[in-house]
Design a protein around this ligand. Structure first.
Ligand code: BG6
Length: 513
């Protein structure tokens, strides 16, 4: 359980101006498209319950489901109930559930159904009257991007994209934001024809993670890291997001997209921007986005993409003691698919701070273990007054930000081994969230959905960042497209041989987290 009592609106001790506590959303509702999908079931609906449980939703909060199902409100409530029982983070409390469920409505229909969108408008008006949602509604499109245009068009057509008077209307979309620069621009046009840019909330769920926000706290609240944070001291940076699972039942989403589009274009480039950016003048959205954009627009790809990128596809084998099929034998994957399930790129940031410091980004499915981390690897001391045998087991100093699991930070440095005349070996100094704080980190979706309802935009990338990221990745994707089949790699390994060769050429090795 979280600090519920502190967060509850009726707590007389709560000072609404206190920025340490999460704010409570004002009167509002959320319309969820794609209620039958994985995202809605595993993330969105449970996060809404968790927010209610933490006292962060207004008492009249309403959730409208929209889907092509012949459901009554009660059927929808049952679907939400099952998803909450299965996936919510906080304890199930009957009284919280009952109050929340009173605001559930369901509108059956498909995205071309004018009658259904009229019904949606009536439903929202009814909620404004009966639940006091005040005309404020967010439309959450947990649906494939190919339908975004249809839905926002219908919202406009049926008078839903603008609220009455001062009421707000917002649209929430999930990646992929296009599959290259051109389609990202088209998508942005579709959205901006209907919603002003400040009403479009693009979810990159990594930005909702506590440990990702902590990158800013760690860098800008402390004196000791920033002086080292540049090409004088940093040798290179490795950003890894590894998963041990395969694609499961997500063939429809994943095939043709692959790991670089799925993860590097968004999560990893955002992490890189946070690690590399200059200090923003404040943490408001405009200042943060400006600094991130400056990083992304300074990225230059190395000339030889054949030597500085790697991609792979997992083969059949053993993972976690189980025999697993290769990507090409996964359900609904065509045997000729060239989709990458592993991708690695080397990026150079051409600024005074980072010139000559490569950023290596890698991601993959069916790798050794599930781990996301940022490792800042430092240059060796310019002079070591020891013999080479004394420092045989000393590697580079490193600062590792552990995004997940086992959230925290490690500093690796050399220390004398006790009892030896002089032998120096790597040791780790650790900060672990679990052992330091009693508060449990909320799920990324809790933070992000609450921010949508509050209209608080800093954690949502804007279309400029999205387009800059595609601009970086497009030449890599075009290079791979010419090459045909990706290299196979063993499940449980750390990617294909070419990934290791890519770092070896630079005299470096990937970390084995
Ligand atoms: C999603 C990707 O954005 O992130 C998935 O589409 C991936 O392929 C997921 O599995 C991983 O998220 P997390 O939060 O578990 O690291």
């Amino acid at each position: 359980m979280t600090n519920m009592s502190a967060a509850h609106s009726t707590n007389p001790l709560r000072d609404p101006q206190d920025r340490r506590l999460p704010q409570i959303a004002g009167p509002c509702g959320l319309v969820l498209f794609g209620v039958t999908g994985d995202l809605a079931r595993k993330k969105v609906m449970p996060a809404i319950y968790d927010l209610a449980n933490r006292g962060l939703l207004p008492p009249g909060f309403s959730l409208v489901g929209f889907a092509r199902r012949d459901w009554a409100n009660e059927d929808f409530a049952k679907v939400v109930h099952d998803s909450v029982r299965e996936n919510s983070r906080t304890e199930f409390r009957e009284e919280v559930w009952k109050q929340l469920a009173e605001g559930f409505r369901f509108v059956p229909g498909d995205f071309s159904d004018d009658v259904a969108f009229d019904k949606l408008r009536q439903t929202i008006e009814e909620l404004d009257t009966t639940r006091g949602t005040g005309g404020n509604h967010a439309f959450y499109l947990a649906i494939p991007p190919s339908f975004f245009g249809d839905v926002v068009g219908q919202l406009k057509e049926h008078g839903l994209s603008e609220g009455p008077g001062d009421a707000w209307r917002r649209v929430v979309i999930e990646k992929p934001f296009g599959h290259d620069l051109e389609s990202a621009r088209e998508l942005n046009k579709v959205l901006s024809d209907v919603f002003p840019s400040e009403s479009v909330f693009r979810i990159d769920h990594y930005l909702g993670k506590e440990t990702v926000q902590n990158i800013l706290a760690m860098r800008f609240a402390n004196a000791m890291f920033e002086p080292l944070w540049n090409s004088n001291y940093v040798d290179h940076v490795q950003i890894t997001m590894a998963e041990d699972i395969g694609i499961g039942s997500r063939a429809g989403y994943y095939d043709g997209i692959g790991s670089a589009r799925d993860v590097i274009q968004n999560h990893l480039m955002q992490l890189m921007a946070l690690v590399a950016m200059e200090e923003p003048t404040s943490f408001d959205a405009a200042s943060l986005r400006l600094e991130k954009q400056k990083v992304l627009s300074s990225v230059v790809l190395p000339k030889r993409l054949d030597l500085t990128t790697a991609r792979g596809q997992y083969a059949a084998g053993w993972a976690g003691g189980e025999e697993v099929v290769g990507y090409l034998d996964e359900q609904d994957i065509p045997p000729t698919s060239t989709t990458d399930t592993f991708a690695a790129v080397k990026l150079n940031i051409e600024t005074r701070r980072w010139a000559g410091v490569p950023f290596y980004l890698r991601t993959g499915k069916r790798l050794g273990r599930r781990v996301t981390e940022v490792a800042v690897v430092f240059k060796r001391a310019p002079h070591l007054p020891f013999s080479s045998t004394q420092t045989e087991e000393l590697t580079e100093n490193a600062l590792v930000i552990r995004i997940q699991p086992d959230e925290g930070m490690t500093i690796r440095f050399g220390s004398k081994v006790p009892g030896t005349a002089m032998e120096i070996r790597d040791v780790n100094m650790d900060f672990a969230y679990g052992g330091t704080f009693t508060e449990v980190s909320p799920e990324a979706y809790e933070r992000l959905i609450l921010d949508v309802l509050l209209g608080d935009p800093p954690l949502f990338p804007q279309h400029e960042e999205v387009e800059l990221s595609w601009q970086i990745l497009d030449p890599v994707l075009a290079h791979w497209a010419k090459k045909g089949k990706p290299e196979q790699y063993e499940p449980g390994a750390w990617g294909p041989d070419s990934a290791h060769a890519m770092l070896a050429r630079d005299g470096r090795t990937w970390r084995r987290p």
